[in-house]
Design a protein around this ligand. Structure first.
Ligand code: ZN
Ligand code: ZN
Length: 247
């Protein structure tokens, strides 16, 4: 529904249920985009929040309250959100322990990012797996092992190295973005899936692109040599992306 450093919201659904990962744009926008995409918000059974940065939580309280579904957080993420921003129905997951949400099993695991207790998710239904791996400074062992099981993947391609270092960000911020607790570059994401994608991987959505330090064309061209192994698709900072059916 939205992907980029300005706001993130990922929809994974089947015939009867759906889960969202993050709600980083307004509730109103999320509901409008779900509707425009031809999907049904009443199928949503839970909202899984990866970490407390505003591009991941902006709409979570209003959306969770409006839909009457739980918003799921790690304890560290939940504690980092000020009380007025906490949804009425907040649930806590433990990284490494799976959670049921409707007919989905959600596998949360810790990731390297400059937040309190940030997590990525692999979402499973009937042995089909979708990964949402954004805001990763460095791909750890866990990312690689969950990636191996994925049929579809939202993968962070945050920045182009050259654009970042030659760009207008203050030096401290450049260092933060490129650090092991910042974001994945196009090159890092490319190497990660080139070396660790499993044989089952069908679709990769390039996600969480920076508006300043990347361009959709650069990100896509970096992955050109892998398109004989899986489809490479772009997500958008401004609207919902093309839906992808796994079966
Ligand atoms: Zn982010
Ligand atoms: Zn973040």
């Amino acid at each position: 529904m939205a992907s980029g450093s300005n706001g993130n919201c990922y929809y994974i659904g089947n015939e009867k249920d759906a889960v969202l990962v993050d709600a980083g744009i307004s509730c109103k926008q999320i509901l409008r985009r779900i509707d425009e995409a031809g999907l049904d918000a009443s199928k949503i059974r839970g909202i899984f929040v990866s970490h407390e940065h505003s591009d991941h939580i902006r709409g979570v309280r209003v959306l969770s309250n409006k839909l009457g579904v739980p918003a799921w957080f790690s304890q560290g993420t939940f504690n980092s959100i000020v009380k007025p921003e906490q949804p009425d129905r907040s649930s806590i997951f433990i990284p490494g322990k799976s959670v049921k949400s409707g007919s989905f099993t959600v596998h949360p695991f810790l990731k390297n990012h400059d937040a309190a207790e940030p997590c990525s998710f692999r979402i499973e239904h009937d042995d089909w797996n979708v990964g949402v791996f954004t805001d990763i400074g460095e791909a750890c062992k866990q990312v690689k092992s969950h990636l191996d099981k994925c049929h579809a993947l939202f993968l962070e391609t945050n920045y182009d190295e050259k654009m970042l270092w030659e760009g207008s960000y203050p030096y401290m911020l450049k260092q933060r973005v490129a650090s092991s607790h910042g974001h994945l570059s196009n090159d890092q994401a490319f190497e990660l899936i080139r070396d660790h994608a499993g044989p089952e991987l069908l679709h990769v959505f390039l996600s969480h692109l920076s508006g300043e330090n990347n361009s959709p064309e650069l990100a896509v061209s970096r992955f050109q040599s892998l398109t004989d192994r899986f489809n490479v698709r772009l997500t958008s900072r401004h609207t919902f992306s093309e839906m992808c059916r796994l079966r």
